[in-house]
Design a protein around this ligand. Structure first.
Ligand code: GAL
Length: 659
C-alpha cells in the first residue's frame, strides 16, 4: 500500500534531508509527492533548468525505500514568467488581472502559458521520465480557477462556433431576443463578466462548459508529454472531493490512470469526508489514493483544530474503507515561512517528532500488516447519488430558492444514506446507472429529453429513483422547458401545479400519510412544489401548512419494474432518513451493518469476503452487536459478535460477503 507524505525538501537545508529520510523510513513510508510548487527551482530563468537538488532528494529517499510521485509545478508559476509575460495572468469576472504573490494565477487558455507549461513539463519528463524511483505523476494541483481574459473570450467564440455552427442557432438556444441581446457577429458575444449581474443563464452555462473543457485540454497537453516520455508511470490529479463546483471532475478524470484527492476533515462529522471519497471513487468507478491527508491543524490566517489523538489514524482508516489504496499525508513538516506557516503537517516547525508522528507510524505499520489481505478489494456500492455539473453550474447563476444550496441539499441525502450505512457512489449523470439498485438524483435542474429517457429506462428496468424539486426544469441549453414540470420525468406520475420559495420566517411543514413513516410533522428547509398526482401514484406525505396545506408533497409510483419517488420540498434530515429507509427496502439495498450514531460502517469486498470497517467518530468508547458472519478480526476488538470501539477507535474484520 502506498503510504507517505507530501515532502518539500526545498524548504529545508540539505543537511536535514538524511534525517527526514531516516524518520520517514522508520514511519514505514514508501511514498512522497514532491515538486508540485517548485517551478522556480527547476527553471530559475527561462529555458535554464536545474534538477540537481531534486535528483539528490529522489535518490536519497529511494535509497530508503521511498518512491516519488512528481507533481508538475504549473500551479505555482514563477515570478520571472508572470513578470516578463503579464498576459499569462488570469482575469477575474471584473476583468481585473490577478496579481502575483499567490498561486494558480495563470490562465489555461493563454498561448504563452502553454509554451511555458510545455517547456517545464518536457524538461522534467526528459530528466525524470525513466527514473526508477519515480512511480507516477501528478498534473498541476487542485485545478479549479476560472478566467475571464481576452484569450478565454477568443477561445470561447471558437468553441461556440463549433458547437452551434450559426448565430441563428445560438441566438435561438440562448433566447437572446430577451433584452435585445441578439448577436449578429460572433465577436459581440461577451463572457459572463461580473457587470452583467445575473447574466443570460444559457451563456453562463456554456461558458462553464467551455472552461471545464479548457482545463481538460490543458491537462491533456501535459499528459501527452508525460505518456510519451515516461512510459509505465501512472498519472493522477489531486481533486478536492464533493465540494468544488468550478469544473467537471469526471471529464478530467477520463484521461487519468487513477484519481486522488485532498482530504481535510478537521474533525468534522464523517459524512462530509465520506462524500469526498464517494465522489473520487465515482469518477472512474475504481479505487483511488489520498494525495493529501490531514495530519495537523490547518489554516492560512486562522488555525483550525489540531487532530485529537486518534483522529489521524481514524480518518486514514476511513479513507481506506472507502477505497483508498494509498494514504499520503499533508505535509511532512510544517513550513517556517510563506502563506502556509500555520498549515501543520506531521512534524512541527522545529522538526522534532511528536505524538502525530507516532500515530502516523502506528497507522502505517497496521495498514501495511493488513494490506496483503485487503489489496485488490473494492467498494461494492449498490446506491448512487448523481452529481450533475450543468445543474450545479446553473444553480450558481440562479439558485432559485431563497435559501437553496444544491450542495447542502445533496449532502443531506448523502448524509442520510451514510447514517444508514448504505454504501453510495457519487457519480455523473451519464454513469452506468444500471449497476445500482437505488439512484438518488437531487434537484436535477438541467435535464435534456434524452437524459430524462435514460432515467426512465433505469426505472423501467427495475431501478428505484429518488428525485427532488427543481428537477427537469431546464433543457440542455438552459432554457426552461415548455412543458409542465418535471418535464421529461412524466413517469414520476406527478404534475407540479404550483410552487413557491417561502420567506425564511415562514415555517412550512409536511406530514406523512403513509403507514410506514411516522406522521410527524416534519419541518421543511426550502421550496414547495405542489403536486398533482396523475395516475397510479401513492402519496407518501402532504403539506401541513401554512402553504398548500393538505396537498401532496412526496409521492411514490411503481413504474415498469422499478419505482420512482418525487420529493417536492427539502424536508428535515429526519424525514429524508425515513424516506431512504423506505426506498432502500424497496430497492433491496441493505446497510452494510447496523451501528450506533457516530460509528460508520463501510465494506471493501474481495471474492467471497467483505472487509468490514467500523470507525468511531466519538471520543466516547462504545459497544454494540455486529450482525454479520465474522471470519477474522484484523484490527481492534470484535469478540462473540460484540464490537468494542475505543475513543476514535477502529475495527477491521473479514466477514462473509453478502450480495
Ligand atoms: C491543499 C493544497 C496544498 C496545500 C493544502 C493546505 O488544498 O493542495 O498545496 O495548500 O491545501 O493549504
Amino acid at each position: 500500500m502506498l503510504f507517505g507524505a507530501d515532502y518539500y525538501p526545498e524548504h529545508w537545508p540539505r543537511k536535514r534531508w538524511p534525517e527526514d529520510a531516516k524518520l520517514m523510513r522508520a514511519a514505514g513510508f514508501n511514498l512522497v509527492r514532491m515538486a508540485e510548487f517548485a517551478w522556480v527551482l527547476m527553471e530559475p530563468s527561462e529555458g535554464q533548468f536545474d534538477f540537481s537538488w531534486l535528483d539528490e532528494a529522489i535518490s536519497l529517499l529511494g535509497e530508503n525505500g521511498i518512491r516519488t510521485i512528481l507533481g508538475t509545478p504549473t500551479a505555482a508559476p514563477p515570478a520571472w514568467l508572470c513578470h516578463n509575460y503579464p498576459q499569462v495572468m488570469r482575469e477575474d469576472e471584473w476583468r481585473r488581472k490577478v496579481t502575483f504573490g499567490n498561486r494558480q494565477q495563470c490562465c489555461v487558455n493563454v498561448p504563452k502559458f502553454h509554451d511555458a507549461t510545455d517547456a517545464i513539463v518536457s524538461a522534467m519528463v526528459e530528466h525524470f521520465g525513466n527514473n526508477e524511483n519515480v512511480i507516477g505523476w501528478q498534473i498541476d494541483n487542485e485545478f479549479g480557477r476560472l478566467c475571464y481574459c481576452d484569450d478565454c473570450l477568443g477561445e470561447f467564440h471558437k468553441w461556440l462556433k463549433q458547437k452551434y455552427g450559426s448565430l441563428d442557432k445560438l441566438n435561438d438556444a440562448w433566447g437572446t431576443v430577451f433584452w435585445s441581446q441578439v448577436y449578429t457577429n460572433w465577436h459581440q458575444i461577451p463572457l459572463p463578466w461580473a457587470s452583467s449581474n445575473v447574466p443570460n443563464p444559457s451563456l453562463a452555462l456554456d461558458y462553464r462548459r467551455f472552461m471545464a473543457e479548457s482545463y481538460v485540454k490543458y491537462q491533456q497537453r501535459q499528459i501527452k508529454i508525460i505518456r510519451a516520455g515516461s512510459p509505465g508511470k501512472f498519472i493522477t490529479h489531486n481533486f478536492m472531493g464533493f465540494l468544488p463546483e468550478e469544473l467537471d471532475y469526471s471529464a478530467l478524470a477520463q484521461d487519468l490512470d487513477i484519481c486522488s484527492w485532498d482530504n481535510y476533515p478537521s474533525g468534522c462529522s464523517p459524512d462530509r469526508p465520506s462524500a469526498g471519497h464517494a465522489t473520487t471513487r465515482g469518477l472512474l468507478n475504481k479505487n483511488f489514493i489520498i494525495m493529501e491527508q490531514e495530519s495537523g491543524a490547518g489554516g492560512w490566517g486562522i488555525m483550525g483544530p489540531m487532530p485529537k489523538p486518534g483522529q489521524i489514524r481514524l480518518y486514514s482508516y476511513q479513507a481506506v474503507a472507502h477505497g483508498a489504496d494509498g494514504v499520503n499525508y499533508f505535509r511532512w513538516r510544517v513550513c517556517r515561512y510563506g502563506t502556509e506557516q500555520y498549515w501543520h503537517g506531521i512534524l512541527d516547525h522545529c522538526g522534532r517528532t511528536n505524538r502525530r508522528y507516532e500515530e502516523v507510524k502506528q497507522t502505517g505499520a497496521e495498514l501495511q500488516r493488513i494490506w496483503p489481505e485487503i489489496e485488490g478489494s473494492t467498494v461494492p456500492a449498490e446506491t448512487a447519488l448523481i452529481n450533475d455539473m450543468p445543474s450545479r453550474w446553473s444553480f450558481q447563476v440562479q439558485p432559485g430558492g431563497q435559501g437553496f444550496n444544491w450542495r447542502e441539499h445533496a449532502q443531506d441525502y448523502y448524509s442520510a444514506l451514510h447514517e444508514a450505512n448504505i454504501i453510495t457512489d457519487i457519480v455523473p449523470l451519464r454513469a452506468d446507472l444500471m449497476k445500482y439498485k437505488l439512484v438518488v438524483a437531487p434537484a436535477l435542474f438541467v435535464l435534456s429529453e434524452s437524459d430524462a429517457k435514460l432515467l426512465e429506462s433505469y426505472v423501467n428496468n427495475g431501478g428505484v429513483l429518488i428525485t427532488t424539486f427543481r428537477s427537469a426544469v431546464k433543457d440542455e441549453y438552459g432554457r426552461i422547458h415548455d412543458a409542465p414540470l418535471p418535464a421529461g420525468l412524466e413517469f414520476a406520475g406527478v404534475d407540479v401545479i404550483d410552487y413557491t420559495s417561502p420567506n425564511a420566517d415562514e415555517k412550512n411543514l409536511i406530514r406523512s400519510v403513509y403507514k410506514d413513516i411516522p406522521e410527524g410533522p416534519y419541518g421543511v428547509k426550502e421550496w414547495i412544489d405542489v403536486l398533482e398526482p396523475v395516475e397510479d401514484v401513492v402519496v407518501l406525505a402532504e403539506y401541513a401548512g401554512p402553504y398548500a396545506c393538505g396537498l401532496p408533497a412526496v409521492t411514490i409510483r411503481k413504474y415498469g419494474k422499478g419505482s420512482v419517488i418525487y420529493v417536492g420540498s427539502w424536508p428535515s434530515r429526519d424525514f429524508i432518513g425515513k424516506l431512504i429507509a423506505l426506498a432502500s427496502e424497496r430497492a433491496g439495498v441493505r446497510p452494510c451493518a447496523k451501528t450506533p450514531a457516530n460509528v460508520e460502517a463501510m465494506v471493501r469486498r474481495k471474492g467471497g469476503t467483505d472487509f468490514l470497517f467500523l470507525t468511531n467518530y466519538s471520543a466516547e468508547p462504545c459497544e454494540f452487536p455486529v450482525d454479520r458472519e465474522i471470519e477474522r478480526v484484523l484490527i481492534g476488538k470484535l469478540e462473540s459478535g460484540i464490537a468494542k470501539l475505543e475513543s476514535f477507535g477502529v475495527i477491521v474484520a473479514a466477514v462473509k460477503a453478502e450480495g
